[in-house]
Design a protein around this ligand. Sequence first.
Ligand SMILES: [Zn+2]
Length: 501
Amino acid sequence: MNQYYEQLLPYLERNHAYQAALALFSWDSETLAPLSAAEQTATYVGILSEEAYHVLTCDEIQHLLKKLSSPKEQDSLTVSEKAVVRLLVKEYEKLSCIPAKEYREFSELCAAAHPIYCRAKQCGTFEDFAPTLEKLIDYTRRFASYRAKKGEDLYNILLNDYEEGFTTDVLDDFFTKVRDALVPLIKKVTAKNDTINKDYNTGYYPPEIQSGFCRFLAGYLGFDFNKGVIAESEHPFTTSLHNHDVRITNHFYDDNLESAMFSLIHETGHALYEMGVEDAISGTPAGSSMSMGMHESQSRFYENMIGRSKEFWEPLFPKLKDTYPDELAHVSLDDFIAGINKAEPGPIRTEADELTYPLHILIRYELEKEIFAGNCKVSDLPDLWAKKYEEYLGITPKDASEGVLQDIHWAMGNFGYFPSYAIGSAIAAQLYDYLTGRMPLSDYLKEGNLVPIREYLRDHIHKYGAVYPTNELLKQVTGEDFNPDYYIRYLTDKYTKLYHL
Ligand SMILES: [Zn+2]
């Protein structure tokens, strides 16, 4: 092993220990921690973040990264070691320009924002959260400006933190395609929406029974319960301490069958990615913070391409009917498949169907762009939000909790994250097209055999963690760059057929 890389390892380990502790606090806050723990937790999170900051920005790390970036030392590094160095340099450049005190203040603010956000959302009062949001935006803007080159767009800097290479130019082009193709398609679908009845979805579904079925589904998809756990939280999410400790959450509504089932399939898609990371890179920067778009492509692939297909449900539907014999007594497999694919504009992103989903992201993308271009005030956000929902989806949120407060991302200081969701959906469609030409995917699903699909994804995507940027990995797998045409075609074909347009 390269001597400088070897000297880097203890720092990586210390950093990862702090990151794991932070992830645990975050997991705990979302699942089990009492509300009144938040204030003290925010202090601990601030201290741990500052420690991690010091590990990643100390002089020794700077010295080692400089050495390891030289052509001579690069030659002796493996592909994954190179990736670790590249990702560390990126992180170093991001952090080292922020004064430690400001970094700690920001981490504390993010932790303290959580209960403020939750209360405001509960009451639907944007004004209660607006001052905190303003501070979060100020910090984010200031931090981005510290590393901006002359004339560089601040929003592009934020986007690059989640998705290398997906600049506003690429995304403008992508979202224009999405808008031009999908807004008219959604109008046509909405006009024919009464042709699909999904009343079954709103029967009485006891949470403990849902929880049992979801656990079964997770195992069916390949979730390894020796390496992972499932808990409950307000919003389902996945977190990973390392590849042997992957945690997902779910949320159960007793009057909604689909919500928890499809959240579970989605989060399991994320979990399989995390569990599939190679041991050699788990716990390093290349094994913990993957490309968000690629990550989301896996959850979307499982949720939509697999989880909403008839073939997937063929072997499973009898079990689902047995689980809810009264509610589903008169529902056929075809009714159910039409129901789980029904597209209906609604105000909530996380409850959105596959067709309207990217419009929710488009709206957030357009707003974030405006915020960081300095074109919109925080106090204007609820109105702008409502206007865009009216324009693209033909609906108006009834209050802020259904509108601008519905997502937690901004409250966590995550700006520039949302586009990854749409990029992920588009990549999922591209991968799906590729995989159906490569393997008898439908047959596997009908047989209830998900192993070959999971193994293919693990061997070609998951095991690499964050070693390759999204586009590079996608090209490595499919032979083609990111191409949103697959996504547009997939949605157009699917919904034209489903609604006989
Ligand atoms: Zn996701």
